[in-house]
Structure formats: structure tokens, C-alpha cells
Design a protein around this ligand. Structure first.
Ligand SMILES: Cc1cc2nc3c(=O)[nH]c(=O)nc-3n(C[C@H](O)[C@H](O)[C@H](O)COP(=O)(O)O)c2cc1C
Length: 246
């Protein structure tokens, strides 16, 4: 049993398997998560097969966890099941739109986070892969996701084979606004980010990447405007293909 204060992302896993009973118990317990209208607008695809992991790997920029973790979970926004249910019950669904995608994505992400909390309490390690929405069409094709189903999160899951140092967090006052949003002045930005920028590991990171500032690693190397715009277009195309956008 771990507390939230000790949680960290785990990217290296032991050979030990995750029994189906345990996985299913956690997936079932996570169903207590709140969802829109209690419709549970999500599905999860469990990948254990090595060939399937190899097929998913390029969609996640070949991050090694995808092939190395005993279990890969793809959490999907899913308005299909509800739509089919409605159609079979003389009801007329209207969920082929962007609002419905956001609603289903919200349900799926909440379910995913509850699952992660439960899995970590059990001693399992997780890594959230945001790459899921970078090249979604590849995941859609690999997992055979039909209309009104869209992948929004991937978790690699396994028993930890590492215990990395805890990562830093911004101070509470930098994220909380009392009663209304207080926009950030340059002085406040300096104050809130100074601790992060002063950390030896971040200073080393800047040196290694040959940038002037820590922020430049994010804007110029990791998450660039060019990449974001290109992948944003791919995301919009995939949302159209899956029936969530006209
Ligand atoms: C939206 C999102 C996307 C992420 N994508 C990746 C990823 O593609 N690869 C990875 O190794 N970690 C990924 N992570 C994990 C973060 O790097 C990690 O949570 C963050 O650095 C803080 O570290 P901690 O979780 O150990 O506290 C992602 C996390 C989130 C919430």
C-alpha cells in the first residue's frame, strides 16, 4: 500500500506477470468512477500479446515500455456501446459530435486515473503514455476500434523494477486561485519556477540539451509548434474518421 506522496511513474518492470484475476478486480473496482449520466462512456483494450505490443509500439514512438511491460492498457472514449444500446431500445442517439467526444474522453480519463490509483495501491507501477493522441489512427487500426470509439490514454503496467527519485512539483500557490483567476506577472512566474529551474537535475538537463533555458527544452525540442500542429491535424482527421467530427 503506497501513499500518493510516494507515487512516481514506473517505466521498468520485472518479469513477474500480472494475473488476470488481479487485473480484472482492479478494472472492476475502477468502475466506481463517476461518469456522465452513469453511462460509462469508456472501454479499455488489454494488450498482453507480444505481437500486438510490437504493432502498437510505433504509435508510441517506440518507447520501450510498450514492448517490455507485461500489460498495456488502451483507454478509449466510447459512445458506441451507448449508441447501439439506444438504437436497440427505440431511442434516437445524437452522439456523433465533438461535445460527445469530450464527454466520453472525460469519462475514459477519469476511469483511467482511478485504475492507476488502485493499481499503484496494489504495488503495481504505471506509465501514462500521452503519445496515444499523437498518432491515434495507427492505434485505431491496430486495435480495430469502430466508429464512436477513440483512444485517449495508454498505460503500461507491471511490477516495478526501479524506484526513480520523486519528480518535483510546482508550489501550491502557483496553481490555486482564490475566487477568481489571478493572472501571472513576470515576477510571479520567476518565483514559481525558480525552484524547478534551480534543481541540479534540471540544470544538467539544460546543459545536455544545449539550450539556454529549461523552458526551451519543451518549446524547441520536446513539444514543438511544428510537431503539435502536424499531430493536431492528424488528430482532427482521426476524430472525423471515427464519427466524432463532421
Ligand atoms: C498526459 C501525459 C502524457 C505522458 N506521456 C508520457 C510518455 O509518452 N512517456 C513517458 O515516459 N511518460 C509520460 N508521461 C509521464 C510523465 O512524464 C510523468 O508523469 C511526469 O514526468 C511526472 O513524473 P512522475 O509521474 O514520476 O511524478 C505522461 C504523463 C501524462 C499525464
Amino acid at each position: 500500500m503506497k501513499t500518493i506522496n510516494e507515487r512516481r511513474t514506473i517505466r521498468k518492470y520485472s518479469e513477474r506477470d500480472i494475473p488476470n484475476d488481479l487485473l480484472n478486480r482492479l478494472l472492476e473496482q475502477a468502475e466506481r468512477t463517476p461518469t456522465m449520466g452513469n453511462l460509462q462512456l469508456y472501454s479499455v483494450v488489454v494488450t498482453r500479446n507480444a505481437q500486438m505490443k510490437a504493432k502498437l509500439s510505433p504509435a508510441h514512438f517506440n518507447q520501450p515500455m510498450v514492448k517490455e511491460a507485461p500489460v498495456v492498457l488502451t483507454f478509449c472514449a466510447d459512445f458506441r456501446r451507448t449508441t447501439l444500446w439506444a438504437e436497440a431500445r427505440d431511442a434516437h442517439p445524437g452522439y456523433d459530435n465533438f461535445l460527445s467526444f469530450i464527454n466520453a474522453a472525460t469519462d475514459a480519463l477519469l476511469y483511467c486515473q482511478t485504475f492507476c490509483n488502485l493499481a499503484e495501491e496494489e504495488g503495481l507501477g504505471t506509465c501514462f503514455l500521452g503519445t496515444t493522441v499523437y498518432m491515434p489512427q495507427l492505434i485505431i487500426d491496430t486495435l480495430k476500434l469502430p466508429q464512436l470509439v477513440f483512444p485517449v490514454a495508454t498505460i503500461t503496467l507491471g511490477w516495478p523494477a526501479e524506484q526513480p527519485a520523486l519528480s518535483d512539483r510546482l508550489p501550491l500557490k502557483s496553481i490555486v486561485h482564490e475566487e477568481h483567476y489571478e493572472d501571472y506577472t513576470t515576477a510571479k512566474i520567476d518565483e514559481y519556477y525558480s525552484e524547478k529551474e534551480a534543481l541540479p537535475e534540471n540544470k544538467k538537463f539544460v546543459e545536455m540539451n544545449n539550450t539556454k533555458t529549461l523552458a526551451q527544452i519543451f518549446t524547441d525540442i520536446r513539444y514543438t509548434k511544428k510537431d503539435n500542429e502536424a499531430m493536431s491535424n492528424g488528430l482532427l482527421d482521426a476524430l472525423k474518421n471515427q464519427g466524432f467530427l463532421k
